[in-house]
Design a protein around this ligand. Structure first.
Ligand SMILES: [Fe+2]
Ligand SMILES: [Fe+2]
Length: 273
């Protein structure tokens, strides 16, 4: 039996986080949890499903409702860009429009819908986003870098895809990683997996990576209008791989589910798991 805060702690421990990031929260506390529904997106429908199935709690990946500190998690793009050689000022500039856009979007959202349903049902409810995305980022980064170094100096974008495809989540997914800019036969160059920062960095973050020598960038998802902006401005030879949203989320979620099961929690997989 676990409490909601113990469930959260298991996730934090997997990545060595000391604090709960702003896009994750124990929304409705509870303890004595033996069986929990786990979904990538959990709304009132999934909460009712959990109740209908006689479960003790619901765990979500995506933040829903709006969590107060979501915009701060976007700053992790800055650290990732700086680590890849983008000057800090330029990295901050690239993240600014993203933070502004998402602050407005969440400002407009109905933050009470899901959490009020959980409260009314008396159902403990937790959402864990960034710790699991950070775990997934590390796993994807390792898989990709191993494939690229095994290919040696002739490493191509296709080897980046091969690296992703070594992970069972991508093998099992109905989606396949897409090369949306460049070509699988292009030299891979320096490869970065940009993930675990709230959401993808849209065009400004991608272009900042390319300006500073990244040959292949991996996003997990990207909207088409942003891709068009990237195509219009990216330097010759730049490559962008879109790995696949749910498959990539599962790369971080599955080890967490395993860790919960090892602690005796029964997980009922729903909504994308
Ligand atoms: Fe995610
Ligand atoms: Fe996601």
């Amino acid at each position: 039996m676990l409490s909601t805060s113990e469930i959260m702690q298991v996730a934090l421990d997997l990545v060595g986080f000391r604090e709960i990031p702003g896009d994750s929260a124990v929304q409705v506390e509870g303890d004595g949890i033996r069986r929990a529904l786990f979904g990538i997106d959990v709304g009132p429908a999934e909460l009712l499903l959990a109740r209908e199935l006689g479960l003790d709690a619901a765990i979500a990946h995506h933040p829903n409702p709006f969590v107060q500190g979501y915009a701060d998690v976007l700053d992790r793009h800055i650290d990732q860009m700086v680590a890849a050689g983008v000057p800090r000022g330029e990295a901050e500039e690239a993240v600014r429009p993203l933070k502004e856009a998402l602050t407005l979007r969440y400002h407009a959202g109905n933050y009470g819908q899901t959490v009020s349903a959980a409260r009314l049902l008396g159902l403990p409810y937790v959402n864990i986003h960034n710790p699991l995305d950070e775990l997934g980022r590390r796993i994807m980064e390792r898989a990709v870098q191993e494939a690229v170094s095994a290919a040696g100096p002739g490493a191509m974008v296709g080897h980046v895809i091969e690296g992703l495809m070594t992970l069972p989540e991508f093998q099992a997914a109905p989606t396949r990683p897409l090369v949306v800019l460049g070509d699988p036969g292009n030299p891979a160059g320096r490869v970065v997996v940009a993930h675990g920062a709230g959401t993808n960095g849209r065009a400004p973050v991608a272009l900042a990576y390319f300006r500073h020598g990244v040959g292949t960038l991996v996003y997990i998802h990207l909207d088409y209008p942003e891709l068009l902006k990237i195509r219009a401005e990216a330097p010759e030879g730049a490559n962008l791989v879109v790995a696949g949203h749910i498959a990539a989320d599962l790369v971080g979620i599955n080890p967490f589910v395993q860790a919960l099961e090892e602690r005796g929690l029964e997980i009922v997989r729903a909504s994308g798991l």
